[in-house]
Write a protein that binds this ligand. Sequence first.
Ligand SMILES: [Zn+2]
Length: 439
Amino acid sequence: MNRSRKLGKFSVGVGDRFAHQARAQLQACVEARENGVEVEPVWNKSNREHIIIGSEPGSVRQAAAAAVKALGWTAPYSCDADHITVETVGRFLEACDFFTIDVAEFIGHAAPAAEIDGFVGRHSELKGRIELPGADGAIEITSEKLRETAQKFLAAVKKAGVVYRTIENAKGAGAFISEISMDETDRAQSPAELLIILAAIADEGIPVQTIAPKFSGRFNKGVDYVGDTGQFEREMALDVAAIAYAVWQYGLPENLKLSIHSGSDKFSIYPAIHATMKRFNAGVHLKTAGTTWLEELIGLAEAGGNGLALAKEVYTEALAHREELCAPYAAVIDIDPAKLPSAAEVQGWSSEQYTSALRHVEGAAAYNPSLRQLLHVGFKIAAQMGRRYLDMLEANEAVIAKNVTENLYLRHIAPVFLGTNGDAVTERRTQELLPTEKA
Ligand SMILES: [Zn+2]
């Protein structure tokens, strides 16, 4: 086992719900490397996804290891136990070496008064105006704000400590990467709050390498960012500067960086993310997940015949079970039922009609974000098809892999980590990728 696992500066979290696309996903990191940027792949899957699919964490490790072997990938990679808590961490201990400790549900739970007093007393350096090198603004923290923030977050950070030590006891210190996530909550954390939270994390002795705050604006699943992109950029700059300050002030791991959850398809903020990384010479972990499953559907539809028929069947069933499929994701999707085509209409669609409705091309006339979000949460339908779905994936592997690689590399990795516009080169690269795919 690799001791002292250290996550690289640039990393991408990918989700592979049916454990069939790890190789196509890794190919996107190979493309990044060929273009001069090392982007470390992390395969993430949450307990919720494992339950819906009926899979075990070991299957993620197996698929990742097979992909790494097949492509001769010698750089690091990890398997992320995504959004785990003290209740769910157990089944992930063996297979994973990256743990996203989710403490969102404990935000707002009060810590004992003595602990709050102790924290506030220990951290007088946080009071007042803190200049952040490289950032346009400073952070101002009053005594009241410091106490209030400790009251809101200290219990959650203590919980993270409990989960961290559970993992450390099982795997040994340094044998895994720790992330702390607070994104699945109702209110965004400000840069000042992030700094106070990092002080508490350092007190708790957690060598956190990535932190996932909730940013302002909406990060819906599989569709673009909704919010003020200028505000996002200012907030991210202060967050990055606050992290650098916390690393210096509290001795947190020097590779500590932001993790951006529900990071897939946030095309309108990718330029801001890239510019901020450049400005501060900082890294980012871009966590994507369910869009690979949508690329499977796009590939099947593109294949025509039985593949297209199955993609239509998934839509028909998803439409029939819309409410039940959407319920667990209510906070992170926005579907307009009036915009969903009827099952009968979709039955009559060509490959081109299906893929252009599903493919996320902002501004394209046929793109339908409601349909895309419904199918995004509709993976349970494919899971219920079981072997029939997997056989179809295997029969159409080449066309699906092409879509998975291209989507991940051109539309996500290139704009975020290389700062190039994926859309502009999509057409050309599609042609280039085809022969590679067959090789
Ligand atoms: Zn998340």
